[in-house]
Design a protein around this ligand. Structure first.
Ligand SMILES: [Zn+2]
Length: 412
């Protein structure tokens, strides 16, 4: 029987040669045969709440699912679920990961609604899709008895969203750094992109404090909310370049105790992102200068300075380093070969994902969607349509096996 290669002959650079063996064909057809099971697992996983720092209940179900496919599974001390498929060469590791956490706080209704082709629930796509793909790909490979050349770790990791600050991925890179050759991150739905460039970002928290007092009798005392508003207006007038693209978001604001009290504190959380670390540094300085000026404005206009002064500080809540995958990397070649095989086209993207951490450490990594269509990520209206999802699953499996390779057959 002719053996078709999944590498395209005209591609420059290292092209993965993945022979289309019966085992590989069986793994690829596994998805189509098991679509109902895959969708059911996605619903089941999504209905277990996983707020930031509270991923344990969901982790334990994913652990069971990975163990049922025959992997040796453990949960590390950070909370990551790690299922190991030993390779012929266990000195080299490739990871397939999907984050467990959602952005939704405890108490959010995560019951999945099914109408016709559509599943709706907070977190159904981000990252119900990635997690369902993770357990399905593990199962497809195991049931087809594929033995990889490099060891594959199937990982459901914690702390991808917001203040989780990529702590799960940081721990993984720390633990496996010496043997880790590549990471494929499954995040959300779709097959239209491949994230090879890590967007650098910082999350900052501004805290302004003052004596606080009564709205009537202490009128004229410096007010932390006033100062925060004054500083914020200065900051949002900062000019940022369109190229390199640089953005900011005032995402959360809180403070005060009642409408007739001069507050004793005011807090603001700001997210800043840029394609350039330089611009990121400038934008952080602009925030510090704006807040400092806002404090000064408020102190100057306060009518009674004997009633105290304002203090302020800015803390860095999180930082995501930047980095880029080389255009000649074997991992990108494996993804492109997979795209060719499933007749998919995808564009290169820059984004802030779990792939930031390996990329910043010089380890090849990409983040891709796991197929199907989704929308409304991070909102209560989030939805997912599984129709056609098997293409994304095949693409991810082929990319993973393209980079882990398949162990040579024993003597023929
Ligand atoms: Zn996500």
């Amino acid at each position: 029987m002719p053996v078709r290669s999944l590498g395209s002959p005209h591609r420059s650079g290292p092209s993965p040669q993945l022979a289309e063996t019966p085992e590989l064909r069986s793994a690829l057809s596994w998805f189509t045969k098991n679509l109902a099971w895959i969708n059911d697992q996605q619903v089941r996983i999504t209905e277990i709440p996983a707020p930031p720092f509270q991923e344990a209940a969901r982790a334990s179900v994913v652990k069971t699912l990975l163990a049922e496919s025959g992997l040796n599974v453990q949960i590390d001390k950070t909370g990551n679920v790690i299922g190991e498929l030993p390779g012929a060469n266990d000195k080299e590791i490739v990871m397939l990961t999907a984050h467990l956490d959602t952005v939704f706080p405890p108490g959010t209704d995560v019951k999945v609604r099914r109408d016709a082709e559509r599943l709706s629930a907070p977190g159904i796509s981000d990252n119900g899709t990635g997690l369902a793909a993770l357990v399905s790909i593990a199962r497809a490979i195991q049931e087809s008895k594929i033995k990889p050349r490099r060891t594959i770790l199937f990982v459901a990791d914690v702390g991808e969203e917001g203040e989780g600050n990529l702590r799960g991925m940081r721990a993984l890179v720390e633990a496996y750094r010496a043997r880790l050759k590549a990471a494929v991150v499954l995040d959300g739905s779709g097959t239209d992109h491949v994230t090879t460039k890590a967007l650098a970002s910082r999350r900052l928290e501004v805290l302004i404090t003052g004596p606080g007092g009564h709205s009537w009798s202490d009128f004229g005392m410096p007010n932390p909310i006033n100062a925060l508003v004054r500083g914020s207006i200065r900051f949002i007038n900062t000019k940022v370049p369109a190229n390199p693209r640089t953005t900011f978001n005032l995402g959360q604001i809180e403070g005060g105790t009642s409408v007739n009290s001069i507050p004793y504190d005011a807090k603001l959380k700001v997210d800043i992102r840029s394609e350039s670390e330089d611009e990121l540094g400038k934008l952080e300085s602009a925030l510090r200068e704006s807040i400092s000026a806002g404090i000064r404005d408020e102190m100057e206009s306060s009518r009674d300075r004997t009633k105290g002064k304002l203090d302020w500080k800015i803390d860095v809540l999180g930082t995501r380093p930047g980095g880029e995958l080389s255009p000649n990397s074997p991992l990108l070649a494996a993804l492109r070969a997979a795209d060719d095989y499933v007749s998919n086209q995808s564009r290169i993207e820059r984004s802030s994902t779990d792939a930031n951490i390996p990329l910043a450490n010089g380890i090849d990594a990409i983040s891709i969607g796991a197929g199907g269509a989704g929308g409304g990520a991070h909102s209560l209206q989030e939805w997912y349509e599984p129709s056609g999802r098997e293409m994304g699953l095949k693409r991810a499996l082929l990319t993973l096996l393209g980079i882990s390779r398949i162990a040579e057959e024993k003597a023929k």
